[in-house]
Design a protein around this ligand. Structure first.
Ligand SMILES: Cc1cc2nc3c(=O)[nH]c(=O)nc-3n(C[C@H](O)[C@H](O)[C@H](O)COP(=O)(O)O)c2cc1C
Length: 222
C-alpha cells in the first residue's frame, strides 16, 4: 500500500462522523475527508452550507442544485451506502441530536462566518447545530478554518473555541514531505484531522529522523 492509499482492510473500529462543509476555500479538504472516512468503512453524516456549494462550484466546477444538492453524486457509487446527506435546514437530522452519539464533528473547511457563529452558540442551521451538539456533549469538534490574513476577531473566535476544547486545525499544509501534487497537500491536512481523531490512515509518510548521510544535511535539493 502506498502513500495516498487508504487502508480498508484494517478498519476495525467503524464509527459515525458528522462532516460539515462551510464556505471557506478548500472544498477539496472536505471532499477528501468524506472519501477517506467512507473508504475506511465509517459512516458519514454530511451537510453543506449554501456558501459551501458556491465555493464547490467555483473551485471544483461541481454545480449543485442549491435547493436540493446531490452531494452523494460526488462520491463513488460503492461508497454511498454509509453516506447520509442532510439538508441544511433539517434540524431533525441525526447530527442535530446529542443522543445520536456521533464520534466527532468536523467542520471542513470552516469559514470565518461559521466559526464565529459556532463560537457564539448560534444554531441557525444544521452545520452550526451539529457543532453546538458536539460542544454540549463534550465530543470532539474539529474546525478547519481557512482565511488569510486573520483579523483580531477571527483570532479571538478561534481562541474562544480552543479554550472550549475544540480542535482548531487550520488548513495549513506543510511542505517538509515534499508534496508533488495538490492531492498531497490536501492529504497532509486531512491526515492531520484523522490523527487528532485517532483514526488510522496512511495518507502521508510519517516523519522520521533523516539519516546522517541525508543530502538534506548538505542543503542539497533532490
Ligand atoms: C470562492 C470563494 C472563496 C471563499 N473563501 C473563503 C475563505 O477562505 N474563508 C472564509 O472565511 N470565507 C471565504 N469565502 C466567503 C464565505 O463563503 C462567506 O463569508 C459565506 O457567507 C460563509 O457562509 P457559511 O459560513 O454559511 O458557509 C469565500 C467565498 C467564495 C465564493
Amino acid at each position: 500500500m502506498g502513500i495516498g492509499d487508504t487502508d480498508v482492510s484494517n478498519a476495525t473500529d467503524r464509527r459515525s462522523y458528522a462532516v460539515c462543509w462551510s464556505g471557506g476555500s478548500g472544498s477539496r479538504y472536505g471532499r477528501r475527508l468524506v472519501e477517506v472516512l467512507l473508504t475506511s468503512g465509517h459512516t458519514v453524516h454530511l451537510c453543506a452550507t449554501g456558501a459551501a456549494l458556491r465555493v464547490l462550484k467555483h473551485e471544483e466546477g461541481e454545480a449543485m442544485d442549491f435547493d436540493s444538492p446531490d452531494l452523494a453524486s460526488l462520491f463513488d457509487a460503492n461508497l454511498r451506502s454509509n453516506l447520509h446527506v442532510h439538508d441544511l435546514q433539517a434540524v431533525e437530522a441525526t447530527p442535530a441530536s446529542g443522543s445520536a452519539g456521533l464520534a466527532a464533528t468536523i467542520v471542513v473547511p470552516c469559514s470565518m462566518g461559521t466559526l464565529a457563529r459556532v463560537a457564539h452558540g448560534f444554531s441557525s442551521n444544521l452545520v452550526e447545530r451539529a457543532a453546538d451538539v458536539a460542544l454540549k456533549e463534550g465530543r470532539p469538534l474539529v474546525v478547519v478554518p481557512r482565511e488569510t490574513p486573520l483579523s483580531e476577531l477571527h483570532l479571538e473566535n478561534m481562541l474562544k473555541l480552543a479554550r472550549m476544547g475544540v480542535i482548531v486545525l487550520p488548513a495549513m499544509p506543510g511542505f517538509y514531505q515534499r508534496p508533488q501534487t495538490i492531492a498531497d497537500l490536501v492529504d497532509f491536512v486531512v491526515g492531520k484531522i484523522l490523527d487528532r481523531l485517532g483514526i488510522e490512515h496512511q495518507l502521508v509518510q510519517r516523519w522520521q529522523t533523516p539519516p546522517a548521510d541525508s543530502p538534506w544535511d548538505e542543503g542539497e535539493v533532490v
